[in-house]
Write a protein that binds this ligand. Sequence first.
Ligand code: GAR
Length: 194
Amino acid sequence: MLSLVVLISGGGSNLRALLDASQDAEFPARVVAVGADRDADGFAHAEEYGIPTFSVALSSFADRDAWGEELLAQVRSWNADLIVLSGFMKLLPPDFVDALAPNVINTHPAYLPEFPGAHGVRDALAAGVAQTGASVIVVDNGVDSGPIISQERVAIEPGDTESSLHERIKPVERRLLIQAILDIANSRIDLKDL
Ligand code: GAR
């Protein structure tokens, strides 16, 4: 059984999908804790499932490295096999990534390496492309530049807004994330080899 710490910043709809999936006794992974860089709305999903939460706000620390150190200590205290960034919107300091690599994965609402960063959906719309996508990647020290675990295209429809497009991408992200976790748990994917 793969144990997961999930880090979020917002509503946590992808976290919710993961929690729902892990209700199935056959699902080979369990969320042991949910962390955030704020008092995230998505904590409600964790609380509903009786899963502990922790929050480490960047603004409470002198600098990003000190914040990363505390976040790392909190994450490590759960002894998880895999850390899942699911809508976690802060860049992690190198010491955090180096300590846990390659066991940190991230979901992103674009077909990487296209449209990395905090506004993947908005940037794809602004670029006027016909299709964008969703990706699940291994986190490295760049911005959404790590090895790609899986990805899928999503068409941009006439009249799409950032929100309508994002709502069509998210179900694809969820499916990719859950499949990636299944594949990691069942040793079909070895993050070290990507
Ligand atoms: C998701 O689309 C996730 O890929 C994105 O934030 C959303 C979070 O939604 N993350 C990024 O853009 C990271 N660069 P959620 O809180 O409802 O799961």
